[in-house]
Design a protein around this ligand. Structure first.
Ligand code: NAI
Length: 239
């Protein structure tokens, strides 16, 4: 018996990295998991590896129509969605004066608009499921500033703010909404950073995607009195 038997979950950016670790853990707990991503090959391979209850859905999270189709497909495949993990995200590098308007908009479109669209499109399905949980992937960059990644920081502060608003709006429907704030996690996104980047942290190493995934599972299954809450896992950076 898994803790998520008969639950239907959508995990965006689920084809690799942190999202793939979340997909694996939710599937191991019995959930039917929709892997929503733009990486068709990686997403399909992961779905095949996990077997029948997992399914890949091509979704660009910045696209409203795409979200409508994805939620409809998830419902047709397995029933109302009761878990949504808005994890898809991109980084954008460049100072205030270096970053182009186009780059700024793309980061906001994926990270912030994508999360907003996901919550508003899936909300009726979560209601039909009788309630559920939304977990939004923010960042340490949603709690503090970082030079050289202004659009990313803005998007992750926005995700944190949207999380609290949605928590207030959806509490009456039995839907909890929380944000996760990882520090440096070893994935493709941090491939350009070596161990010196984390050497000064109280826990002087990169976190793993599995450590983030376990926190997401905890929020879904155990943190039943938490909504609008921030879960920070940063190796002690903010301590
Ligand atoms: P990653 O680059 O390995 O994975 C990101 C996933 O999102 C990929 O599968 C990618 O194809 C997907 N994606 C990108 N744009 C998309 C779009 N428009 N529509 C659908 N899917 C899209 O990176 P990682 O590290 O696994 O990142 C996952 C989340 O964790 C992101 O939101 C990131 O900002 C956040 N995060 C990562 C940290 C790190 O140190 N790696 C630290 C804090 C937060």
């Amino acid at each position: 018996m898994g803790r998520l038997d008969e639950r239907v979950a959508i995990v965006t950016g689920g084809a690799r990295g942190i999202g793939a670790a979340v997909v694996r853990l939710l599937a191991a707990e019995g959930a039917t998991v929709m892997i929503a991503d733009i990486l068709d090959s990686e997403g399909t391979t992961l779905a095949e590896e996990l077997g029948a209850p997992a399914r890949f859905l091509h979704l660009d999270v910045s696209d409203e129509r795409g979200w409508q189709k994805a939620v409809a497909k998830a419902e047709q495949h397995a029933g109302p969605v009761s878990v949504l993990v808005n994890n898809a995200g991109i980084a954008g590098w460049g100072t205030l004066e270096e970053e182009s308007l186009l780059q700024f908009r793309r980061v906001l479109d994926v990270n912030l608009q994508g999360t907003w669209l996901g919550m508003r499109t899936a909300a009726p399905s979560l209601r039909r499921a009788g309630g559920g949980v939304i977990v939004n992937m923010s960042s340490l960059a949603g709690l503090t500033g970082y030079a050289g990644v202004g659009a990313y920081v803005a998007s992750k502060w926005g995700v944190r703010g949207l999380t609290k608003t949605a928590a207030l709006e959806l509490a009456g429907d039995g839907v909890r909404v929380c944000s996760v704030h990882p520090g440096a996690i070893r994935t493709a996104m941090t491939a350009g950073f070596d161990d010196r980047f984390v050497a000064g942290q109280p826990i002087p190493r990169f976190g793993t995607p599995e450590e983030v995934a376990r926190t997401v599972l905890f929020i879904i299954t155990e943190a039943t009195f938490a909504t609008g809450s921030e879960f920070v896992l940063d190796g002690g950076v903010l301590a």
